[in-house]
Ligand binder design. Sequence first.
Ligand code: TYD
Ligand code: MG
Length: 448
Amino acid sequence: MPPPKTKILYQCQSCGYTSLKWLGKCPDCGGWNSFTEEERIAKLKKRETAEPIKLSEISHSTGKRHSTEILEFDRALGGGVVLGSVVLIGGDPGIGKSTLILQALKGLTKLGQVLYVSGEESPEQIKIRADRMKIKSNNIILLPETSLEGIISIAQDINPQAIVIDSIQTIFSLELPSTPGSVAQIRECATKLMFFAKKYGIPLFIIGHVTKDGAIAGPRVLEHIVDTVLYFEGDRGTPFRILRAVKNRFGAANEIGVFEMTEEGLREVDNPSQLFMSERPLGVPGSVVTASLEGTRPLLVEIQALVSTSSFGVPRRTALGVDYNRINLLIAVLDKRIGMHLGGMDIFVNVVGGLKIEEPALDLAIITAIASSFKNSPIDSGTFVFGEIGLSGELRAISQAETRVKEAEKLGLKRGVVPTGNAGNLKGSDIDVIGVKNVEEALEILFF
Ligand code: TYD
Ligand code: MG
C-alpha cells in the first residue's frame, strides 16, 4: 500500500472552517486573518463500525449520575455528573477553573482514583493549591503530561473513575504536525479523549481557555463534540463566580451554580439573592432591583445605570452584564415614547456582582434605572420590577412570574411593578403587585 497522501488544507483557527486556499476572511465566522496551514493525513484506515442496537434493549445504566459533593456544581450539571459524559469548562484565565475542578475531583474520589492531567501547572503548584484548599486525598493522581497518546496509555493503566484535562489547549497528538492549541489538534485530542471516556464510562472534564471575545479558543468545534458546556464567569474584582450550563445533553441548559472565591477555595452560595443584594446602596438614583430567572432558579439582582452629559461628539453607551443592543433599543424607546432625550448623554448600565443576564425580563429594570439616574430620583428600596418591553413601549408578560415574586417576598421586598399580563396570576401574594401596561405607566408609579 502506498504511504498515506498528505494534503495541505487551510483552517480557520476560530471556527474550524477548512478551505483548499488561504483566505483572508473566514466565510463561516467572519474572522479576519484566522487561517493557518494544516496538514491532513488522508485517513486510509478502515473505520471500526458499531453494532446496531434495538432502542428497547438499551439499559439506563449509562445515564447513572454521581455527585461531586458540591451541590452548586451538581446543579449546573443537571444533578450530578453522568458516567461517560464529556464536560467542557470554559472561562477567563485566573477565574478559578482549576480550583473548581480540583474541588469537584475531591468529591469524586469516593468512587476511587481520579486522574488530573495538567499541561499548565507542575504537580508542586497543584499541591500548593490543594494545601491551601485543605484537600488531602490519596486518590487524586496528578499527571504532568501533554501528549495525547501518553495520557491515554496511562489512563488505560490506572483505570481512573474520572479524568480532568487542564487545559485542552496544551494537549497535542503526535499524529498531527500542527502546534498544540490549533483547531486541528484540539479537535483530534478532544475526540480521542471522548471516545476513551465513552468506551470506559468515565466522566471526562475538559478545561478550555476563553479568547478575548468570550468564546472558548478553538472552540465551536469543541462545543459540538462535548455533552455539556459550562462557563465559569465572574468579574475578577469581585469574589462571586457563576457556573453556567450553556449546553447540556443531560439536563437543562442555563442552569447555574453560584460560588464565592475565598482564601480556601470556592465556597458554595446557596442563597445568591441575599448575596447580590447585601451591598445595595439605598436611596441612590440609578439603582433598581429585578427578579431574574437563571435556569430554574430565581435570582434577585440590582441593576445600576449612570447617565451623564457627554463631553464627546458621540455619546458613549456601555453595557456590563447585559446585551448592548438591547440597551440601545431601550434608550430609543425612552426617547420616542416617553420623550426622555438621552441623545447627548453617556449611558452606563451594569448588573451588580459581575453577573451576565440575557433574558428580556430585565428590560423594565434597565429602563427604570436609566430613567432614575436621568431624573436624579431614587427608586423606593422595597420595590422591584420586571417585564419585557416592546418597541411601542408596551410591557409584555414574562414566564414564571410567580417564582420571581416569591423570591422577592423571601428577601423582604414589599412592592412589585410588573406587566399587567402577569399581575392577574399574582393576586394571592403578600407583596403589593401592581400591573402596568406600558413604560409610561410604570415610570409614573415608580417616581411618585
Ligand atoms: P485558578 O483556579 O488557578 O484559575 P484558572 O485555572 O481559571 O486560571 O484560580 C486562580 C485565582 O484564584 C488566583 O488568582 C488565586 C485565586 N484563589 C483564591 O482566591 N483562593 C484559593 O483558595 C485559590 C486556590 C485560588
Ligand atoms: Mg488553571
